[in-house]
Each structure stands twice: as structure tokens, then as C-alpha cells.
Design a protein around this ligand. Structure first.
Ligand code: AMP
Ligand code: GLY
Length: 429
């Protein structure tokens, strides 16, 4: 079977790498892919991003399954358009993708279906939002409604920060945040500040049945000790020890299954990867910080390293609505840990075209997944903010961490940035 993976980041490299390992897969196209997917003989880059052109390609090439990586094409309705042409695709419809693309939608959904989440209110009027913040006090969290490429959340520790975030997001004075997919103008969600430890809980869903993937935890801040600005993610590991068997059962029963049932009851059955970003309190009670309608990046890279089962099998079942017949997923008992290497100037203004050297050969226990890389004549160069994710397996978090940093050591490019403490929370436990 020929498979198409839509996207060009580290997540898509890891998905394509794993799909290509299936004995049933002949070739994986990655659209548009990156410098790493270009270098793998089992993968083929496809320079297409337009949805209708991708559907035309899937039709003429007789693609057996299309897997969509990023949120933007999902929110734009790629799944609806493929399905309308009877093309097999794995992902949520445009309506279901609103769980990620609209915070106001997902908060109202959670409230309606009794899914634990921070208390909140939504505002379109700056004056009302300011008054609310004054009433509740800080710390408080201000979120833009819509896809804001990771920039739409301000955890305000002071009232002044909260007021500034409202002005910025609602556009009264200052610069306005550019938010995609928000319906009917700017809106903010203001919510209760939660404490605890975060974890990423991702499942494969076919509308009725879910198969949970291994748990993981990412590191959103740029610098060591979780300092500096928020990024798309500077590293991740799997499993997340905070998700004990007891917490796992709670997440399934209080968050995941009610979400699937709620979406079905609302007439928007959820198919695709569903990512619940969780805050788990000291008593082990999970609250949902956010839903993403896709795999996490960089969580996918360590998760795919640990998956021993055939990814194609489970995704075909999910796309066909027969996930209840899929075999249970088998996981490597080892820990996987990925360290992101980012470009100079990331996250604000990542620089392009720095030459990358020193990539180690792939090993059974260490793989370098590419994100913002491309070929420029004979060189591999940086072409985006997050450049590489060096991912390794080890018997413990500590061993996986050592192995990842050992594989990373020879890699060089001007201005490279990476954290030296990925996995620190799990190691401290
Ligand atoms: P989100 O995109 O909604 O997951 O938010 C991004 C990050 O902001 C999360 O990973 C948390 O670290 C933080 N955050 C979001 N909501 C809250 C909250 N209610 N309380 C505390 N931290 C939060
Ligand atoms: N790593 C967080 C995300 O993919 O949204």
C-alpha cells in the first residue's frame, strides 16, 4: 500500500518513519516533508500543500491511507474533502477539529459534558474582560480563541500582565494578535490558574472506540529549568511517570471516553488522533488544559520510537471505523527521550540556511528526526524554528537522556539552541 503523510515537521518524519516500517507499506509520500524525509529511501517528498491538489494526487497515485499531521489542514477541512471524494483519510473533520481550533468551543463542550477543566469565562468585550480579571485576581490565564501557533496563551502572574494580554488579544491599543479560524471576531477565554504536573495523553479514535497511545510529557519553555519563553516544544519523553495506572484510568473515564461520547452525542463524531493536555494535581486528579486534534510535536518522536506494533494496522482500523477489532498496541518497555535542537532566534525569529553537520548514523536506540531542515545543493541546512529532534531509548529516563545527548554531541549548526535538562522532572521523581 502507498501512504501519504501530510506535513513537514518532526512529528510527520516520525509518523512516516514508523509507517514505512510496516511490511504492508510500499512507499510513504510526505507532503511537503523536510530534509530528513528526503534522505530516507522509503520516503518520498511531495511538494504539494494545496488540499485539492493533495486529493488529486491521492486519487491518481491510489494512496491507500492519508494521515494528516498538523492542525491547520485539519481545521481547513482536509478530512471532509478527502472523504467527499471517497479517499481513505485519518484525522478529524473540520467540525471536530474545533476542539483545538476554538478554545471557546472546547471549553463550552467540556462544561456541557462534565469533563474536568479549569473554570472559565469567554469575552469579546475588553471592558468586561478587564473587570472580570479585577474581580478574580492573579494568577490567571488568558487565552486567545483560535489557532495562534502556540502564542495564544498568557499565564499571568500579575493583574498588569493579565490586562496587557487582554488588550493584545482583543486589539484595544497595542498590536493585535493574529489568530486563525476564530469565528465572529476576536474573543478571549479567561480561566482559573491550575497547579500540578502536566502530561500529554494521546489516543487514536474512530468516532466510537479509542486506543490510547503511550503517555508523554513535553517541555514548552525555551531554557533549562523551564525558564524563558514558551515554544512549540523543546523536548519530550515517554512514558510520563505522573500518569500512574490509577491516573491513567481516571483520564480514560473522566476525560477521554466522555469526550468521545459527547462529540458523538453532539453529532460530531471524533475520528483521528485526540491529544488531551492535562494538569494532574497532587491527589492524582486530571483536568484538561486543552485538546489538540492531532499528535503532539515533539511527543510523537519518542512515542513512535517506543511503538512496537504496526502503526498502519491501527490507523487503517481507525479510518474504517473498526478500531474495536484492532490488536492491542505493544510498547517497548524502555523510556524514549527526544531533545529538540532549535535554530538561532527561535521562537521569535528563527534564522534559516545555517549548514548542519555531524549527524550520527541512525541506530536501533537513537534516531534523529528532522523538522526545519532542507537540502541546499549538497548541504543540509536549517529551514525552520525547530530543526531536529534527537530521540533515544534507554532502560531508564537517565539512560535515555544520556544516550540522546551522546547522539546529539557531534551535531553542529551556527546558533543552535537546545536544552540540557530534558526529562528533569521524571529524573527527580
Ligand atoms: P494550552 O495551549 O491551553 O495548553 O496552554 C499552554 C500552556 O499554558 C500549558 O501547557 C500550560 O503550561 C499553561 N496553561 C494553560 N492553561 C493553564 C491553566 N489553566 N493553569 C495553569 N497553566 C496553564
Ligand atoms: N507539544 C505540544 C503540542 O504539540 O501542542
Amino acid at each position: 500500500m502507498k501512504v501519504l503523510v501530510v506535513g513537514g515537521g518532526g512529528r510527520e518524519h516520525a509518523l512516516a518513519w514508523k509507517l514505512a516500517a510496516s511490511p504492508k507499506v510500499q512507499l510513504v509520500f510526505v507532503a511537503p516533508g523536510n530534509g530528513g524525509t528526503a534522505a530516507d529511501a522509503r520516503l518520498k517528498n511531495l511538494p504539494i500543500t494545496d488540499i485539492d491538489a493533495l486529493a488529486d494526487f491521492a486519487q491518481t497515485e491510489k494512496i491507500g491511507l492519508t494521515v494528516v499531521g498538523p492542525e491547520a489542514p485539519l481545521a481547513a477541512g482536509i478530512v471532509d474533502r478527502f472523504r467527499a471524494r471517497k479517499l481513505r483519510v485519518f484525522g478529524p473533520t473540520k467540525a471536530a477539529a474545533r476542539l483545538e481550533s476554538s478554545k471557546a468551543f472546547s471549553k463550552a463542550f467540556m462544561q456541557r459534558h462534565g469533563i474536568p477543566t479549569a473554570a472559565y469565562e469567554a469575552f469579546t468585550e475588553a471592558a468586561a474582560a478587564h473587570a472580570h480579571v479585577d474581580r478574580v485576581g492573579a494568577p490567571i490565564v488568558v487565552k486567545a480563541d483560535g489557532l495562534a501557533a502556540g502564542k495564544g496563551v498568557v499565564v499571568a502572574t500579575t493583574l498588569a500582565e493579565a490586562h496587557a494580554a487582554i488588550d493584545w488579544m482583543l486589539g484595544s491599543g497595542g498590536t493585535k494578535l493574529d489568530v486563525a479560524n476564530n469565528e465572529g471576531g476576536a474573543r478571549v477565554v479567561i480561566e482559573e490558574f491550575l497547579t500540578g504536573e502536566e502530561a500529554s495523553f494521546i489516543v487514536v479514535a474512530d468516532g466510537r472506540t479509542v486506543v490510547p497511545l503511550a503517555t508523554s510529557q513535553d517541555h514548552k519553555r525555551l531554557n533549562d529549568a523551564d525558564l524563558g519563553p514558551n515554544t512549540g516544544g523543546m523536548g519530550a519523553y515517554s512514558p510520563a511517570p505522573v500518569v500512574t495506572p490509577n491516573v491513567h484510568a481516571k483520564v480514560m473515564h473522566e476525560v477521554i471516553l466522555p469526550t468521545l461520547a459527547g462529540m458523538a452525542a453532539d453529532g460530531i463524531p471524533y475520528t483521528g488522533f485526540l491529544y488531551a493536555g492535562l494538569m494532574i494535581d497532587a491527589a492524582g486528579n486530571p483536568k484538561t488544559l486543552e485538546f489538540n486534534c492531532r499528535m503532539g510535536d515533539p511527543e510523537t518522536q519518542p512515542i513512535m520510537m517506543r511503538l512496537k506494533s504496526d502503526l498502519l494496522d491501527v490507523l487503517l482500523h481507525a479510518a474504517d471505523g473498526t478500531l474495536d477489532q484492532a490488536a492491542e498496541l505493544q510498547w517497548d518497555r524502555r523510556v524514549a527521550l527526544g531533545v529538540v535542537m532549535a535554530a538561532h532566534g527561535y521562537p521569535d525569529k528563527p534564522r534559516k540556511a545555517d549548514v548542519i553537520s555531524g549527524l550520527p548514523k541512525p541506530a536501533e536506540d537513537a534516531v534523529v528526526f528532522h523538522a526545519g531542515t532542507s537540502r541546499l545543493s549538497h548541504d543540509l541546512v536549517t529551514s525552520g524554528g525547530r530543526v531536529l529532534c534527537v530521540t533515544a531509548l534507554g532502560e531508564s529516563v537517565k539512560v535515555a537522556q544520556q544516550r540522546a545527548y551522546e547522539a546529539l554531541a557531534p551535531i553542529r549548526f551556527d546558533g543552535m539552541q537546545f536544552r540540557r535538562d530534558i526529562g528533569h522532572r521524571a529524573i527527580r521523581r
